[in-house]
Design a protein around this ligand. Sequence first.
Ligand SMILES: [Mn+2]
Length: 125
Amino acid sequence: MTVLVTGHARPDVDSCISVIAVAEFLQKRGIEAIPVIAGKLTPEAAYLLARFRLAGPEEIASTAGHKVVLVDFASRVCAPAGIEKADIIGIIDHHEPGDLLPPETQKAVLHLVRSACSLRARWPE
Ligand SMILES: [Mn+2]
């Protein structure tokens, strides 16, 4: 099943760009992953996509019924529509722990850095 790599509602530049970077990371590991956003591209994100000739993330109305990886958020208040009916299989975030982190994630390693993009930049190719 295809995995949606989704940013938060009302996506900012970090959310728009980091979903592309994380989806590419997963695709290189044989996972069928699609970057998506729950809202419109910001003008700044649109500029960066054009500047680096990247395809933009697909805009979605709901995550319900999908396997999802959350990027740049881990809180219900920031989530795209339908998150309560989505299967969250991963969370990549750089904020304080949010209420979407499952209880068994007590061993999670959290990196409170400036952006989700900078987390991806630390991973191997
Ligand atoms: Mn961010």
